[in-house]
Design a protein around this ligand. Structure first.
Ligand code: BT5
Length: 254
């Protein structure tokens, strides 16, 4: 298995991150980061693994990783005390992933809230979880999985998923990808949440499309007209959706 160079990773991450935990293999980096944060480890902290045996998606779904191929990273940090900060955290994870992939030659788009798609296929996903550590503002873990150097993906989602290597034909630099992502994400969460939402609106591929949003048992359909200051998706100009799985039903409307 190709292992990340953890010394290089630490060097690229620099002093903005208080602690970096590199693991050749773990169950879930989100669980590891939550445990470290709950035990009072100084934030922000980063946990990176070359492989996850129980990688988690949203709503108890699972996240697939192939040993030494992907990027599995979790960043535990504290959100600002601003009421809109947590919505912006979710958008910031997608934004930072998109930018870090661009530095590896992958032009990706964002499906609300933070699925990262290349050529319409999922290349990365984000899972944000709140952690109770006390203190003046919420602590959270942002877990991001990126299909980096996979030469193929399991048949069950090969039609709907891709990797950086499959998109560019080049092996991507996983240590740099992690460092760019973590530093970009931490810079975003220092910003005014309204600024993050503005940046997000400029690159969100969902705005302007007819969509279905699956809400766990029910679904709504409409035209995604905006993302509001809380990071919610606005349908038809008047219905704000907090969470859900979006399906893009067509091209962007003029
Ligand atoms: C996500 O969930 O997209 C969030 C994934 C977050 C994974 C990271 S890895 C580091 C950290 N530690 C963790 O344990 N988790 C985080 P969701 O939107 O629910 O998408 C999950 C669905 O995507 C699955 O049900 C599959 O259909 C599909 N899927 C699973 N693995 C995939 C992969 N590697 N690439 C593309 N699609 C995948």
């Amino acid at each position: 298995m190709a292992r990340m160079d953890s010394d290089r990773l630490r060097q690229l991450l620099g002093p903005a991150v208080r602690s970096v935990t590199y693991l050749p293999e773990t169950g879930s980096t989100n669980l590891d980061a939550k445990e470290l944060a709950t035990k009072g480890k100084e934030l922000p902290l980063v946990v990176v693994a070359d492989h996850q045996t129980s990688g988690r998606g949203r709503l108890d779904r699972s996240w697939y990783s192939a040993p030494g191929m992907g990027v599995q990273v979790s960043i535990a940090a504290r959100a600002s005390a601003h009421p809109e900060a947590l919505g912006a955290v979710s958008l910031a994870a997608g934004l930072a992933t998109r930018t870090a992939l661009a530095a590896q030659g992958v032009q990706a788009g964002l499906k609300w809230p933070n699925d990262v798609l290349a050529g319409g296929k999922k290349i990365a996903g984000c899972l944000i979880e709140i952690v109770s550590t006390g203190g003046p503002s919420a602590a959270f873990v942002a877990g991001i999985g990126i299909n980096a150097n996979h030469t193929q993906l399991p048949q069950e989602f090969s039609e709907v998923a891709t990797s950086a290597l499959l998109e560019t034909g080049e092996t991507c630099d996983r240590e740099k990808l992690v460092a760019d992502l973590a530093k970009g994400f931490l810079a975003h969460i220092e910003r005014d949440p309204a600024e993050v939402v503005d940046l997000y609106r400029q690159v969100c591929d969902t705005i302007g499309r007819r969509v279905t949003v699956e809400l766990g048992g029910s679904s709504v359909e409409g035209v995604a007209t905006d993302v509001d200051d809380h990071g919610r998706l606005v349908l038809d100009g008047n219905q704000a959706v907090y969470a859900g799985d979006v399906v893009h039903l067509g091209q962007k409307l003029g």
